[in-house]
Design a protein around this ligand. Sequence first.
Ligand code: ADP
Length: 450
Amino acid sequence: MLAPLLLLWPISIAATHLVANDIANEPYDQALAESVGAISRLVRVIDGKVTVTLPPSARTILHADEQDELYFQVRNSQGRLLAGDDQLPAPSGDNEPVISEVRFRDEQLAGEPLRVAYKVHEVEAGQRWVVIQVAETRHKREALTSRIISGVLLPQFAIIPLAVVLVWFGLSRGLRPLSRLRERMATRRPGDLSPIEIRRAPEELQPMVHSFNEVMARLEENLQAQQRFIADAAHQMKTPVTGLRMQAELAARETDPVQLRRSVEQIAQAAERAGHLITQLLTLARAESSHEKLHRFESVDLEGLAREATLDWLPAAQAKRIDLGFEGSEWPSAIDGVPLLLGELLKNLLDNAIKYTPAGGRVTVRVVPGEHIVLEVEDDGVGVAEDDRDRIFERFYRVLGTDADGSGLGLAICREIAELHRAAISFLGGSNGRGSRVVVVFPRAGTTHS
Ligand code: ADP
């Protein structure tokens, strides 16, 4: 604030000077105009000649100023001097005589500034006129201008430094809570996500501190979820790895080649399960990095994608004698999505449907375009009890009593991918009272991520 204040000062001085000059001119200009009027009354025509009858006393009065030098001059229309001081220059520019109006101008005479009042005075109507000029040096005016300026500026010498001190004091006092806030933030430990005390923040900053605290709370929640996930994942990884180690130890002691072969096959199966778990964990991590910038959204034909995924699972379905069907529609079913992740979602839903449907069962994949694009995967398998349906989307949650291999991550992955696509996913019972139906409702292309 100091810079603009100091910049304003010279501007204010210049403006004061202009105004003071104007004010100082006004009364003295009036006196000059009156002198012009007085002289004009002394111009007469005597014997056909224009003459100025100026009594000697008047001449003395005109020159009786203590501070300023006064000049007067009367010239006729031919420019001949009728009375007064010859050295006063004639008014320039105005060729058109203006009758009976006193005008003013600034002049220089021998390097000295002059203020001149002049008038074209008509002596005989329409025929003869004279130019009357009265001038004076500017000493009185300058003295008055200086007095006005000093009257205005002197108090400013005291007021401006006082204003600067007050502004400085006010600002530093006002900003002190902000500095305290900054200090508190700067001295925080790196992992400290605790909220800032709103009460101690300046009032203007409270909404900002509030939003900041909300962000911190979300961050804390996220961090805790991640830590839980890592702990769960490590725990889940431990089981197959322990199994692998024990089987390997057993195999190492085995002497019977047939048993040895069986042990090695079991090791291979356990390794495959561990590998599957790791792949699922990676997929979940990829889907979870839900920052939309990390994923390239594009227009995806969901029907085409679902048809392809169904075809991919035909051999697995046939191996279990499951009737795997696809129901599409001729209406467009474009959504905004990430094809790789949508493929992963379909893969997990189809994997579950086939895994939890006994041999001879039926699995149907359906895409129904409408106001929304709905994807359904329905089976007539073992289904999930209503109490468990909410929990099966949790990570590592598996329904007890199923002997199928699995990580408990498939549906958690599906939920992450659905959320990323702003789709709603639900696990329902099959339409004939048997099996299950997973429904994912996607917004149409162009209605999101715009
Ligand atoms: P998993 O790897 O165990 O299949 P998911 O997250 O995919 O993990 O599924 C969680 C649980 O939900 C499964 O253990 C299973 O009990 C149940 N489930 C999922 N899909 C189906 C389905 N189509 N039919 C019956 N149960 C299912």
